[in-house]
Design a protein around this ligand. Structure first.
Ligand code: KIV
Ligand code: ZN
Length: 514
């Protein structure tokens, strides 16, 4: 019997702390459903005390997502722990993840606490969590910069108070694989009790995955990861890389396995990228679009003769083979929703109508429609079903090398038609300006990224735009065979999201963010 390495996904908590990411409850639910389909063991759904929005999202995920354990993060304060429990309690299996900083730097500059106080807080927080559930995780934040003796004392206190998982965070990505592995080994030797050892590695030195794997080799049986390696600063260990390393090198991880259905990795990656607005770099391991592309003639020749000459992973085993679906412009709504269901996408009501209309438009412009194309338009329409102040209706542009670029947009707001024309440096600029004027929402464009969903001259252009206004950053995504239209849709989606974020009374307080 193989031994399980538990995959603890923190995309919705640590991943969501990446700058510019702000997910709605509906978006978090969609990601959580995909994580469940992927087969992760634990989903850290958020930090309930940090905002009303986080609480709601964790509670919604706990109520509806079946399969994984649903965890919430909590400081050691009694009120935080109780709030966390309130959010996760309706899950079939719920976990409270309690943390406190233990490094001298954090204790002096952030907590203003002595070692005795941190020990007392640890005991109190974990014990309170145990009054609610018997699944309690404890993390000494900034463990890799904590003196060993003190870290061991804190971990022992946590186990005595009832912690069942001890997580060792490399909060600032300071670890080096052999050193981090030795740390895990030391914890396992020095702290007795019935607990699972876990790793939580950040990527500041580009070593998060290597450190996590060193931890597994040293006895950790839980790894904390994010899809696409999202997370604070340079991110967390990438889920897909950790999982595929364990699967691909059984000689290095003998008798170990994860429960991840690897064929779902590419879809999870695309979904997270689309909803967070964080593009996946082309040469990203496992899920990057070039991860299975062979450019050199010698490599191409080798792979055609025998795949394993230059590939250690079968693209199909990670869901990286876009199948050509057989929907065309004559396909009806029934065939359309049937195909979506087969792809694991549940779309109903207005979102289904809107997605079907977009599909028909696309079928008129594009000969071959792939799973990835369908996913892209459905995701955009699911986004638009959330609560949109403005709806995109029409776009007309003119320009070129001699004429001044000009754009006319038509939007609607609560049934009222808004039409505006603007000039710009280019057609995309003109379209965004026209939307800015039509909506009256003043923003600064901070990032613009365009890529194609698939290859070919009629490929869908996929545009991600980041906007900033009064310190709030949001992203929007749009797809179309026309990149100007994709840009206008992305811009409007970002404006709508900004209005939703502003409308919430739940902005997170910086001090309540770990
Ligand atoms: O990086 C970190 O230390 C964390 C903890 C809250 C586990 O995210
Ligand atoms: Zn972290």
């Amino acid at each position: 019997m193989a031994e399980r390495v538990r995959i603890f996904d923190t995309t919705l908590r640590d991943g969501e702390q990446s700058p510019g990411i702000s997910l709605d409850v509906a978006e978090k639910l969609e990601i959580a459903e995909q994580l469940a389909r992927l087969g992760v063991d634990i989903i850290e759904a958020g930090f309930p005390v940090s905002s009303e929005g986080d609480f709601e999202a964790v509670q919604a995920i706990a109520r509806t997502v079946k399969g994984p354990v649903i965890a919430g993060l909590s400081r050691t304060h009694r009120a935080d722990v109780d709030r966390c429990w309130e959010a996760v309690r309706e899950a079939d299996r719920a976990r409270i993840h309690v943390f406190i900083s233990t490094s001298p730097s954090h204790m002096e500059h952030m907590l203003h606490m002595t070692e005795e106080q941190v020990l007392a807080e640890t005991r109190a927080g974990v014990a309170r969590a145990r009054e609610h559930t018997d699944d309690v995780e404890f993390s000494p934040q900034d463990a890799t910069r904590t003196p060993l003796d003190f870290m061991i004392a804190v971990l022992r206190a946590a186990v005595e108070a009832g912690a069942t998982t001890l997580n060792i965070p490399d909060t600032v990505g300071y670890g080096i694989p052999w050193d981090f592995g030795a740390l895990i080994q030391y914890v396992r030797r020095e702290v007795s009790g019935d607990y699972v050892t876990s790793t939580h590695c950040h990527n500041d030195l580009g070593l998060a995955v290597a450190n996590s794997l060193a931890g597994v080799q040293a006895g950790a049986r839980q790894v904390e990861v994010c899809v696409n390696g999202l997370g604070e600063r340079a991110g967390n260990a990438a889920l897909e890389e950790v999982v595929m390393a364990i699967k691909t090198r059984p000689d290095q991880f003998p008798g170990l396995e994860t429960g991840v259905r690897t064929e779902e990795l590419a879809r999870a990656s695309r979904l997270v990228s689309r909803l967070t607005g964080y593009p996946v770099q082309y040469n990203k391991a496992v899920v990057g679009r070039n991860a299975f592309a062979h450019e050199s003639g010698i490599h191409q020749h080798g792979v055609l003769a025998e795949r394993t000459t230059y590939e250690i992973i079968d693209a199909g085993s990670v869901g990286q083979t876009g199948s050509q679906i057989v929907l065309g412009k004559h396909s009806g709504r029934h065939a359309f929703s049937d195909t979506l269901a087969k792809m694991g996408l549940t779309v109903q009501g207005d979102a289904l109508n809107a997605a079907f209309t977009r599909f028909k438009e696309l079928a008129d412009r594009k000969v071959q429609i792939t799973d990835a194309d369908l996913e892209a338009i459905v995701a955009e329409e699911l986004g638009t079903s959330v609560e949109q102040a403005f709806t995109f209706e029409e776009l007309e542009v003119s320009g070129g090398t001699v004429a001044t670029p000009r754009a006319r947009v038509v939007l609607t707001r609560s049934g009222e038609k808004l039409e505006h024309t603007a000039e710009g440096d280019g057609m995309i600029d003109a379209a965004c300006k026209a939307i800015k004027e039509a909506t009256g929402v003043d923003t600064r464009l901070t990032d613009f990224n365009v890529s194609s969903v698939t290859g070919g001259v009629d490929a869908l252009g996929d545009v991600i735009i980041q906007l900033e206004a009064e310190g709030v950053k949001v992203s929007g995504r749009g797809v179309s065979t026309d990149v100007v239209e994709a840009s206008a849709r992305a811009y409007l989606n970002a404006v709508n999201k900004l209005l939703r974020v502003r409308g919430r009374k739940d902005a997170r307080t910086p001090e309540a963010t770990p």
